[in-house]
Structure formats: C-alpha cells, structure tokens
Design a protein around this ligand. Structure first.
Ligand code: ADP
Ligand code: ASP
Ligand code: MG
Length: 441
C-alpha cells in the first residue's frame, strides 16, 4: 500500500478536489490510504473566528465565509449540503460557547480547528463514492490517533501505531483520513501543530508499513530554496532523510517539523509531488543518495527575537551559565540559538515574550535583559556540509558584496547557518542561492 497526502492548497476549490480524486483513482492498484488537510486557508479562518468570539468581536461574517466556501465546494462536487450538517452545527455553536466564556481555551481552539479536516474528508470520500469508487471518510481519532494533551502542538503516543494498524488492516474501500488532528486520553480533540497533516501521513505510513509515502503539494517537490523567494529555484531529485529533517528544523515549509521522523525510523521512502504537475517525478526522500557531500538547499527561519542577557560583573561559567541554560531548557521555552560571551549570552527565541518573562523572574539580581530586534537564520543545508570547508567561506563572500551583517554563524554536519536581521533574510537567501546554484536574480 501507499499513503497519499494532499495539502490544503491542493483542495482549495471543487476543481482542485476533483483533480485530487482523479490522481487517487489513477493509483488504486497501489492500494492508497489518503490523508487530507482542511480546504486551503480554512484553518486560519477558523482561528480568526475563535479569536474574534473570545474578544467579543463580531464573527458572523467569518462564519458565513467558511459556510459559503464549503457550500460552493459541495455544489461543485454535486454533493448534498446535509453531508456536513454535524460540522455546520458545531460551527454555529462553538463560537457562541467561546463568546460566553470570554476566553479562547486551547482545547476549544483545537476542537474548532478540527472542523476543517473533518469536513474535507467527508467531501472527498463523498465525491469518490458518487463516482463509483468506494471510499470511507475517517476521523483519525476514530482509527487510533491518540495523542498527549499538548493542545495546539500535540504529539502522537507510541501506542497509536498498533491501534491504527488494527483499525485499518483489511479495509476494502479507500480510507480518506483527517490530517492534523487526534484525541487525547480524556477524549478531547487535539491538533498536531500547523502543517500537521504531513505528520499524520507519515504516521499512517509507518503504522501500515507503506511501500511509499507521497506528500502531494503545490510545487514540484523540495526545491533548492523557497520558490516564493527565488522563483528560479529548482526541484531536487533526491534528498536524504537527514537533509530533509535538517531543512524542516531550519524553517523550510516542505514538511511539518516532526513530519519525516516516523518514515525515517521505519526507512520508508517519502516522495513529494505536485498535484498541478502530477506526471513530474518530484523529490524522493530516502536513506541515502550515493553522494558523499553536497549542498542540497537553502532555507530560512524567520520570526525570532534576539535578546542579550548581560551582567557588568561578567558571567560565571559554572553557576550563572548553568542556571541560565537550565532555565532556557524548561517546558514552554523554545530557544533557537545561544551564544556565550564574557559578559553574558545572546539568545534567540520564537516565543520571546513568554520565555523572557519566565527568565527574568528566575534570574539572580544583576543581570540586564535587552531585546535586540527580529532576526532570521538563513541556512545552507546538505550532506556532510561540515566536510566542505569552502561552504562558510562562500557564504561570507556572498554576503560581503552587501551591507548585510552576519550576527552569528553556526555549522553542523548537515548545515551552515548565519543569523541576520529579519529584513535581510530574503536577500541573503537569494544571494546564497546564486552562489551555490546560480541563476537567481
Ligand atoms: P500544502 O498546502 O500542500 O501543505 P504548504 O503551503 O504547507 O503546502 O507547503 C508548500 C509550500 O512550501 C510551497 O508552496 C512553497 O512556497 C513552500 N516552500 C518553502 N520552502 C520550500 C522548499 N525548499 N521547497 C519547496 N517548497 C518550499
Ligand atoms: N490544516 C492544517 C493547517 O493549516 C494542517 C495542514 O494543513 O497540514 O495547519
Ligand atoms: Mg503543509
């Protein structure tokens, strides 16, 4: 069997949904298990509704838009509106409950967000059935997706794999499974973090020992960089699991940050394909690519805040530094890099305010914390980068032609990164792409 996952952009309207149904039915011989996201942009709309309801703002128009997009989809697919009756009722009642409460609890937001995926599986399976292809819409939590209770970014528990296998083995019709969602042990709906349908797909693949996991999206595979930044970026034929994991960690949106892990553990190949160009080979992600070292792709991670913690007396390495690092490692804090100097440390986080607040409270008197603005990490990723001495040199040379300042550099086995001011990130990405792949303007 294979897993075929389709992202929101691939099912944004009824024509695209029909295209997806066609791609699936052309692959029936391979026994596909389908995983899909909510229709393009719907999760953002559901979040906006939740936030408006909690702050007493009007959300009727936004709910109307979500209803209309699904009604248009149902109409375009020739399906009856009653198919989504249960979810439409929830769409009406949940925001009211949030409004009465006056706060947006994480549990409630996850429940609200889950509606997107719950509606899309019904529509795709409904359309396939109507066309004579047997398909079953499955809420992932009904086929074994049991998670922890970390609402908004839940992780799937190890026991889930066997449960998924038990529920799905021997299924005759094509299962069309909700990406992104699960349930915790108490029965609350959870979500796996934004872009989580990729993770769902890789878990299904690992649970079912799939021959291949296909992630269908709106570009020709994993590209040499984000094509929105450098339109001349090219599709990479093959990537190793480690290169993909590094790309995810360093900000590429090709897959969910934990996406590749289950496939990597089971050594199942993952192929990234384009629904708008289905005949194209895409990118094959596998254990090895038979090249000893290379630059594979350039990526950037934005949205980090840089801050400095200094003390006039300097930082005592054992006690002060140890205390700081242990504070930085506590749950709820997420630091992307730390650099130590005589006077203190410089660190960056994507959750600046919460993490900073907790740190300030915990530190001994005498330290000064200063925010230094928004930064980004721009990285060159590839196999055995640390064995290629000229990579950092070439990166510095590329930046040397500009006024972009590298605030920090960092090298690991599979990546070399520079930290720059956020406003310079796209320019640095394009310069590095030019340096290593040529051709970007
Ligand atoms: P989906 O709706 O299929 O889940 P996403 O929007 O989550 O799609 O991810 C696909 C997008 O990721 C692409 O449209 C592309 O702009 C962006 N992207 C960022 N970096 C890369 C990269 N290195 N290769 C391919 N796509 C990338
Ligand atoms: N619909 C979810 C999101 O927008 C999950 C996904 O698209 O993978 O984040
Ligand atoms: Mg995605």
């Amino acid at each position: 069997m294979i897993v075929m996952k389709f992202g929101g952009s691939s099912i944004a309207d009824s024509e695209r949904m029909k295209n997806v149904a066609r791609i699936i039915t052309e692959n029936l011989k391979k026994k596909p298990f389908v995983v899909i996201s909510g229709i393009g942009g719907i999760t953002d709309e559901l979040i906006a509704i939740g936030k408006a309801a909690a702050s007493g703002k009007s959300y009727a128009k936004m709910c109307g838009k979500v209803r209309k997009r699904h009604a248009d989809m149902l109409g375009g697919l020739g399906l009856d509106a009653s198919l989504l009756g249960e979810e439409m009722l929830l769409l009406e009642n949940l925001p009211k409950a949030i409004e009465r409460n006056g706060t947006l609890k994480k549990e409630k937001l996850d429940l609200l967000m889950s509606l997107g995926e719950r509606m899309s599986v019904k529509m795709l399976a409904g359309y396939m059935n109507k066309g004579g292809y047997a398909a079953i819409p499955c809420n992932s939590y009904e086929i074994g997706f049991i998670t922890d209770s970390n609402f908004g970014n839940a992780d799937v528990l190890p026991v889930a794999y066997a449960r998924i296998r038990e529920s799905c083995i021997g299924m005759k019709a094509v299962p069309v499974i909700t990406g992104f969602i699960g349930k915790d042990k108490s029965g609350n709906v959870t979500t796996l973090g934004r872009g989580g349908s990729d993770y769902t797909a890789c878990i299904v693949g690992a649970a079912m020992d799939a021959d291949e996991i296909q992630i269908w999206t709106n570009v020709d595979g994993v590209m040499t960089t984000d094509p929105r930044i450098v339109p001349s970026a090219r599709s990479i034929k093959e990537l190793t699991f480690s290169e993909e994991a590094e790309l995810e960690f360093l900000g590429a949106e090709t897959l969910h940050p934990r996406g590749i892990r289950p496939a990597m553990e089971k050594n199942i190949n993952v192929r990234i394909m384009n629904t708008l160009n289905p005949g194209y080979r895409g990118t094959l992600i596998k254990k090895d690519v038979g090249i000893s070292k290379r630059v594979a792709s350039i990526t950037s991670k934005k949205g980090m805040t840089l801050f400095e913690i200094t003390s006039e007396k300097g930082m005592r390495r054992g006690s002060d530094l140890g205390q700081l690092i242990s504070e930085m490692g506590k749950p709820g804090t997420a630091f992307d890099f730390i650099s130590v100097s005589r006077k203190g440390v410089m660190a960056a986080t994507t959750t600046a305010d919460d993490s900073l607040g907790a740190l300030v409270k915990s530190l001994r008197v005498g330290y000064v914390i200063k925010k230094r603005g928004r930064i980004a990490k721009v990285s060159v990723v590839g196999k055995n980068i640390s064995g290629m001495e000229n990579v950092p040199l070439r990166m510095m040379k590329a930046l040397g032609k500009t006024r972009i300042i590298a605030l920090e550099t960092d090298i690991s086995e599979t990546s070399c990164s520079v930290v720059v001011n956020e406003k310079d990130a796209d320019r640095a990405t394009a310069l590095f792409h030019d340096e290593f792949f040529g051709g970007s303007k």
